[in-house]
Design a protein around this ligand. Structure first.
Ligand SMILES: NC(=O)c1ccc[n+]([C@@H]2O[C@H](COP(=O)([O-])OP(=O)(O)OC[C@H]3O[C@@H](n4cnc5c(N)ncnc54)[C@H](O)[C@@H]3O)[C@@H](O)[C@H]2O)c1
Length: 416
């Protein structure tokens, strides 16, 4: 079996961490038990591009238990957990092409390596696998029955492909499920972005002015967790409805041009580029910390920062200091890449249980319904979304009410 990982000797350390997280993922475990029986992916080659973490390992084991033949690469060059990659190779015979810190050339080669196995189904996070298939592997597109997509940025890219008539197969946008974005993006990013920032810097959050750029699902989570730690939270937005929601939630909302004068810690979660630019960096306070939790490393303009700075100095793992000519110093975490995955361990397994239940069931849904779906971006049906929430509540020992027949009839009637 071919593979490219950091060090196979790390495998045993990875195995216990994968086992630890498995305990936090009861929904995925129940799906795995069913897949073992039903073998929905028997004989299928599945190409995977996800953050290589303990949680993803549990998803991969679930899909493999369903009979899939997997080839896997990383969806970010800095997020791979090398011990996890080693364990998946050594203990589970999964061909992995992922090394933490790989350069962009290797990252691209690993995407190609996965596609060269002629996968029939793709599981993607950020749409790099799907876009590479459509650019460099066009001859194989007819063999691909569909793909699943994990995150907001990937869905935005895929919608753009679909609008231009470029997308040749159905993609299930896992991010659109309520049991994904309401929980993973909000509570997952909220907790893990703060966790990554704290692990990297060990700064006190209480009393600091934290500027959250973007008040979408991730931004809501980051803002609420920063406030919970005692920060004075400022929000920047471009959407008036989101900005108003942030105001009513009790945060100060202002343009970035004003926020840059008062912020101590900036967290970008917009999925957009150039959110913090040269004109902002040049007026920030001394000691400001800059972190990004959006998918790509384009939210903070690091090219502009390098041009402004007199150099760059590593201070701690995942912290780089940029001195400016006037003596001020700015600090960038994780080279502007997803701070929760670069400086921390990503989302807690308890929330990825929901996201990856969606991934597993989306892959199964595509194998059954791909002909009917047709090219384009699709959601998982509402019943599957609700079923995942039901399984999670059940695993937590929490009951909830059901509509009586009379209530159902009332809700379906216009007569009052
Ligand atoms: N770190 C993680 O683990 C993680 C998890 C989930 C999603 N993501 C990524 O985080 C990003 C945000 O995801 P989301 O689900 O919150 O998206 P979202 O669409 O719900 O929210 C994004 C918000 O940013 C705002 N915005 C856009 N440009 C802006 C600008 N220039 N200034 C201020 N606000 C701006 C939008 O109006 C929107 O309200 C995406 O890139 C997504 O892929 C990361």
């Amino acid at each position: 079996m071919e593979y490219e990982i950091k060090n196979i000797a790390l495998a045993d350390a990875g195995a216990v961490r994968i086992e630890w997280d498995a305990r936090q993922m009861p929904v995925l475990q129940s799906i795995r038990a069913r897949f073992e029986q039903e073998q929905p992916f028997r004989g299928m080659r599945i190409g995977v591009c996800l953050h290589i973490s303990t949680k993803t390992a549990n998803l991969l084991l679930t899909v493999k238990a369903g009979g899939a033949d997997l080839t896997v690469c990383a969806s970010n060059p800095l997020s791979t957990q090398d011990d996890v990659a080693a364990s998946l190779v050594k203990h589970h015979d999964i061909p992995m092409f992922a090394i933490r810190g790989e350069d962009m050339e290797t990252f691209g080669w690993h995407l190609h390596r996965v596609l060269s196995e002629r996968p029939m189904l793709l599981m993607d996070d950020g749409a790099d696998l799907v876009t590479t298939a459509h650019t460099d592997f066009r001859a194989q597109l007819g063999d691909i029955i569909g793909a699943t997509e994990e995150t907001t940025t990937g869905v935005i890219r895929l919608n753009s492909m679909a609008r231009q008539g470029e997308l040749t197969f159905p993609v299930v946008a896992v991010n659109e499920s309520d049991t994904k974005h309401l929980f993973d993006n909000r509570y997952g990013t909220g907790q893990s972005a703060l966790d990554g920032i704290i692990r990297a810097t060990n700064v006190l959050i209480a009393g600091r002015t934290v500027v959250v750029c973007g008040y979408g699902w991730c931004g809501r989570g980051v803002a609420s967790r920063a406030r919970g730690l005692g920060a004075d939270v400022v929000v920047t937005e471009v959407n008036p409805i989101q900005a108003l929601e942030a105001v009513m939630e009790g945060y100060r909302v202002m343009p970035m041009a004003d926020a840059v004068r008062i912020g101590d810690l900036f967290v970008t979660v917009t999925g957009n580029r150039g959110v913090i630019r040269g004109e902002h960096l040049s007026v920030m306070k001394d000691g400001v910390i800059l972190a990004n939790a959006g998918h790509f490393d384009v939210e903070i303009d690091l090219v502009a920062l390098r041009a402004l700075a007199t150099g760059v100095r590593p201070m701690r793992p995942s912290v780089e200091e940029y001195p400016l000519p006037d003596g001020r110093r700015l600090y960038v975490l994780g080279q502007g890449r997803l701070v929760n995955l670069v400086a921390g361990e990503g989302h807690p397994a308890g929330v990825m249980d929901l996201s990856f239940a969606n991934q597993a069931l989306a892959a199964e849904y595509l194998t059954v319904h791909h002909n009917r779906l047709g090219p384009g971006v699709h959601r998982l049906p509402r019943e599957i979304d609700e079923h995942i929430a039901h399984l999670k509540l059940h695993s937590m020992g929490i009951g909830y009410d059901r509509l009586t027949d009379d209530q159902t009839a009332y809700l379906n009637s216009w007569k009052g």
